[in-house]
Design a binder for this molecule. Structure first.
Ligand code: ADP
Length: 288
């Protein structure tokens, strides 16, 4: 369980990006964090692994309080949190395999990592992951030869080879086309399910969040304004989070895409998903 309590972040500029966030993410739950630009999504996930230092409050990963850890212990704790970035954050001149193995650096001694000599078990696991994401024929390619979708798959493998307990995912699809975005979201969710991993996925695309996440948390100016199932995102709630827009048509689009996914037999083909889609339809119908 990842537990945030009274999490506050005030930047030196005076901007209060998080205004006392309370949030529990149980093991195995895939949660999407949505909200307009500037809502505090990126700050929130970065406060978890302390890429951004929280001003106040508590972040607990299972039994460990993370906000008070000193550098050495923080480095060890960060192994338990895999991060996936919008711009992939790969080392361009290194191969796919080397990029994936860099996820093991937190476990490898200084000299071994300096000479990039990784234990065979790490290399085997990296192969397995690359095979799982369909990149096993690209292990020796340089990162700069890959497409965006392939790069993000490498980013996913690098996060997973750490063997984390939670994934922190920051706008994983913002640089991808719509079809690849869906493939990447589906892959992340499937991998979380297979590995019983929880994830916080910061994503601005409501439709993708609704299609794939089990739970949606809506942020607005550093505060949680919605916390519930994807089907509960009614036009009213979406207006509260994002402001006025034609949310009826977005919801209709989600339902159409839902049906396509069910036909595809993709990640969404579960009774829960069908239920949430129906719930959303019912609520929307009740409002018109
Ligand atoms: P989001 O990810 O939802 O777009 P952010 O977490 O990036 O939101 O930003 C939340 C608020 O914090 C915004 O008002 C933003 O301007 C401010 N902010 C973010 N990063 C910094 C920073 N490094 N210094 C000062 N203010 C920042």
């Amino acid at each position: 369980m990842l537990r945030l309590k009274g999490l506050v972040k005030q930047y030196k500029t005076g901007d209060q990006a998080l205004k006392g966030i309370d949030l529990d993410v149980p093991d195995g739950q895939v949660m999407a964090l949505i909200g307009p630009s500037g809502a505090g999504k990126s700050t929130l996930i970065r406060c978890v692994n302390r890429l951004v230092e929280p001003t106040n409050g508590s972040v607990r990963l299972n039994d460990q309080e993370l906000t008070t850890l000193r550098q050495g212990d923080l480095r060890t704790a960060r192994r338990r949190m895999g991060m996936i970035f919008q711009e992939y954050a790969l080392v361009e001149r290194l191969t796919v395999m080397e990029n994936v193995l860099s996820g093991r650096l937190g476990y490898t001694g200084f000299w071994r990592s300096y000479f990039r000599k990784f234990p065979q078990a790490d290399i085997d696991e990296a192969f397995r992951l690359l095979e799982r994401v369909g990149l096993d024929n690209m292990v020796d390619k340089r990162a700069d030869e890959l497409s965006g979708g392939q790069r993000q798959r490498v980013g996913i493998c690098r996060a997973l080879v750490q063997d984390p307990e939670v994934l922190l995912v920051d706008e994983p699809t913002a640089s991808l086309d719509p079809k690849t975005s869906r493939q990447i979201m589906r892959l992340i969710c499937e991998l979380c399910e297979e590995r019983k991993l929880s994830a916080i996925i910061n994503i601005h695309d409501v439709l993708l969040a609704q299609m794939f996440a089990q739970r949606i948390v809506g942020l607005q100016l550093g505060e949680i304004v919605y916390d519930g199932p994807p089907g509960g995102l009614t036009p009213d709630v979406l207006t509260q989070i994002y402001g006025e827009e034609d949310w009826e048509s977005t919801i209709e689009q989600v339902e159409e895409e839902d049906d396509e996914e069910l036909i595809d037999g993709g990640h969404k083909a579960t009774s829960d998903d069908r239920q949430t889609a129906e719930l959303s339809r019912d609520r929307t119908a009740g409002m018109t």
